[in-house]
Ligand binder design. Structure first.
Ligand code: SF4
Ligand code: SF4
Length: 202
């Protein structure tokens, strides 16, 4: 395998950084307060429509730190080819956090799905599921700019794992079982060749 060759799975270019980037072993909002949600997120237009269709259910689970004015939940639509529909819609920030983040650090979209016995990610935007992974200009990579802002999962002493290891379920969700297995094979080859090249350079 030539490390300069691009690996493409399900139409996404794979950035090998996802195999080596250090990360926490698991997210724990009791420690981090869900600070990755403090800035809002871009959703695909279809995700936005799905969320709005559940507005009455979402309202029931919001707490007093969240705005219940539905018109204040999203920004204006904008063109963005990183999204399947070609249109991105950002969530608004209210009280210093995404409108859907409650005061305990939980995403209301995930909370209602769990409370209703549905798949926990049914209403959650893909970009939220994936972080610190991100799809940028057709490449599956690390959202290093956003990760740098974090005070828990970006601290070296807490980074006892890698993004690949911690985010296996998220990668399976994105790529499917077959795509994930292909990714894992690529990872093994990449790490083997990387070790060999480093050894030869030493
Ligand atoms: S990505 Fe970081 S900030 Fe976000 S929930 Fe996980 S540990 Fe917390
Ligand atoms: S939609 Fe949910 S997971 Fe995404 S940024 Fe907002 S609170 Fe966080």
């Amino acid at each position: 395998m030539n490390l300069n060759n691009q690996k493409i799975i399900n139409g996404l270019i794979i950035d090998p950084l996802i195999f080596t980037q250090k990360f926490v072993r698991a997210c724990d909002v009791c420690i981090c307060s869900g600070e990755c949600c403090y800035y809002g997120v871009y959703t695909d237009k279809s995700e936005y429509e799905k969320i709005i269709s559940k507005k009455d259910r979402i309202l029931k689970s919001m707490d007093d730190s969240q705005t219940k004015i539905v018109e204040d939940w999203f920004e204006e639509e904008q063109e963005d080819n990183d999204f399947p529909s070609g249109i991105a819609v950002g969530t608004e920030v209210y009280n210093g956090k995404c409108v859907f983040l409650d005061k305990q650090g939980f995403c209301t979209l995930q909370k209602i799905a769990i409370e209703d016995g549905e798949d926990k990610w049914k209403y959650k935007p893909l970009y939220c599921i994936l972080f610190p992974l991100v799809i940028f200009e057709g490449k599956l990579t690390i959202d290093d700019e956003h990760l740098e802002r974090m005070h828990y999962c970006n601290k070296k002493e807490n980074q006892v794992s890698t993004v690949f290891e911690t985010c296996k379920n998220e990668l399976k969700f994105l790529l499917g079982e077959k795509g994930f297995n292909e990714l894992d094979e690529y990872r093994k080859e990449f790490l083997k060749l990387n070790i060999k090249e480093n050894h030869e350079a030493a």
